[in-house]
Design a binder for this molecule. Structure first.
Ligand SMILES: Cc1cc2nc3c(=O)[nH]c(=O)nc-3n(C[C@H](O)[C@H](O)[C@H](O)COP(=O)(O)OP(=O)(O)OC[C@H]3O[C@@H](n4cnc5c(N)ncnc54)[C@H](O)[C@@H]3O)c2cc1C
Length: 418
């Protein structure tokens, strides 16, 4: 990609995560000269990590429910998934020689649950298609005006300037910076006047000021099958059933991640958020009240709650930690606390610990082909765009779909240029 007189159009893709690699596939498949640049020594590091605990690549639920996972950005994500949705993604994976299966939760996984074989097969195919990879190239912005197409990279052999006819940024969000996506691109784009919403933790844990006693006893304990709810700024209640984990600093895990966008927003608005826990799902308030009020004779309250309501271990610990002495002494109030225990969350955990990030390049700054309106020829894709979704394969699906859309956008834009 130096200043040679190449007849082919040259596209620089910066960021070799799923979004950037999908764009590379689209563009190289149409005969363009594609170079992928990445700051790290190898591409797809977050993708590989996502595959460690079981690569949940997409979800099998009906598309309407699927789109609902993108919340306020449903409208912007819908056309991307119309063109390349969960079904198309599975077909594409099968085309790489990797089979998939639907788990009991409806989540879709590669048969061996791993990301590495998929990435290996994919990189092989991309190289065969002529994609060139430039590792340890950290993008640092443009030399001169972005319209000149001169990209500045810090490399082990010093700064390099690379010219490209079109640029596709797929730089990721701001979580797990050690895997490459550190959000350092935010000021580079903001300096060009591009609207970028601050990166914030998504699918993250939250801080709770536990007592020393509770923390020591229960940190690391899973709280199994509870119903949790949070009321958003519009007064709408969001409820999920599942499990979460007590951590030394607060709470984390699937159920918390699923509600994390609303919890984060409540904290931003009010300085704290209330997660209301139903510790006895499946038993209504009347039944719990009757059970708690049942004469307990000489039995302790702890064994009474265990035998009548099934509250023990960490659930009993939560009740003791969060309910007042007066509540504990009044069976009716205690039953209410079991069914709706308010847990105060004071802060999201730092973005670096989060599974993903919210915020990023605003959709208003992009046209329908994901090109920056104010910087023609520069396209954006993946987690660096201003959308978020819960875990469940929705993140990767959104990254693949936007990478493909941006790649096709660059293709169309280049086709219209001399
Ligand atoms: C622990 C964990 C588990 C996850 N599990 C799942 C899951 O099961 N299912 C799911 O759907 N999602 C999961 N995710 C989220 C998913 O991995 C990400 O949303 C996805 O990888 C984002 O893709 P991307 O291409 O937008 O960015 P990334 O994958 O983050 O790639 C961005 C690339 O850009 C490079 N880069 C950044 N800045 C520069 C720069 N200045 N110059 C050059 N290169 C740069 C980075 O090195 C990186 O390679 C998980 C994430 C984590 C952390």
């Amino acid at each position: 990609m130096n200043e040679d007189n190449h007849s082919m159009k040259r596209v620089a893709i910066i960021g070799g995560g799923p979004a950037g690699l999908m764009a590379a596939e689209v563009l190289s498949g149409h005969g363009l000269q594609v170079a992928v640049f990445d700051a790290m020594p190898s591409v797809g590091r977050k993708f590989l990590l996502a595959g460690k605990g079981g690569m949940n690549i997409t979800h099998s639920e009906p598309i309407d429910a699927f789109l609902g996972r993108y919340g306020a950005r449903r409208e912007q994500i819908a056309p991307l998934l119309d063109a390349f949705g969960p079904h198309a993604l599975r077909e594409w994976i099968h085309g790489l020689g990797i089979e998939t299966f639907v788990g009991t939760s409806g989540r879709v996984f590669p048969t061996d649950m791993k990301a590495a074989p998929l990435l290996r097969a994919w990189l092989h195919r991309l190289r065969e298609a002529g994609v060139r990879f430039h590792m340890r190239h950290r993008w640092q912005g443009w030399e001169g005006k972005p319209a000149d197409g001169k990209l500045r990279f810090a490399t082990p052999s010093g700064e390099q300037v690379v010219h490209a006819d079109a640029v596709l940024l797929a730089l990721g969000g701001g979580s797990w910076a050690r895997l490459g996506s550190d959000g350092a691109w935010v000021p580079l784009l903001a300096a060009q006047g591009i609207a970028v919403r601050p990166l914030q933790p998504a699918n993250c844990g939250f801080d709770v000021p536990w007592s020393e006693h509770f923390r020591t006893r229960f940190a690391g304990e899973p709280v199994k099958s509870v119903v949790a709810s949070v009321v958003d700024a519009q007064g709408q209640t969001h409820t999920r059933q599942g499990e979460f984990v007590i951590s030394a600093s607060g709470i984390e895990g699937g159920l918390v991640y699923a509600l994390s966008a609303h919890l984060r927003e409540a904290i931003a608005l009010h300085g704290e958020a209330t997660l209301t826990l139903d510790l006895a799902p499946g038993k209504d308030l009347q039944r719990v009240t009757d059970e708690v009020a049942h004469p307990r004779g000489s039995r302790s309250m702890a064994s009474h709650l265990q035998s009548r309501v099934g509250i023990h271990g960490v659930k009993a610990g939560l009740l003791r930690e969060l309910a007042s002495k007066e509540t504990y002494a009044d069976p009716r109030r205690l039953a209410q606390a079991i069914k709706a225990l308010p847990l105060k969350l004071v802060a999201p955990r730092p973005i670096d610990e989060a599974i993903s990030s919210a915020g990023g390049v605003a959709f208003e700054a992009l046209d329908a082909h994901l090109m920056l309106r104010d910087v023609p020829g520069v396209f954006c894709a993946g987690e660096m765009l201003d959308w978020e979704a819960p875990t469940g394969g929705y993140l990767l699906t959104g990254c693949f779909a936007s990478g493909r859309a941006a790649g096709l956008g660059a293709l169309a834009w280049l086709a219209g240029r001399p």
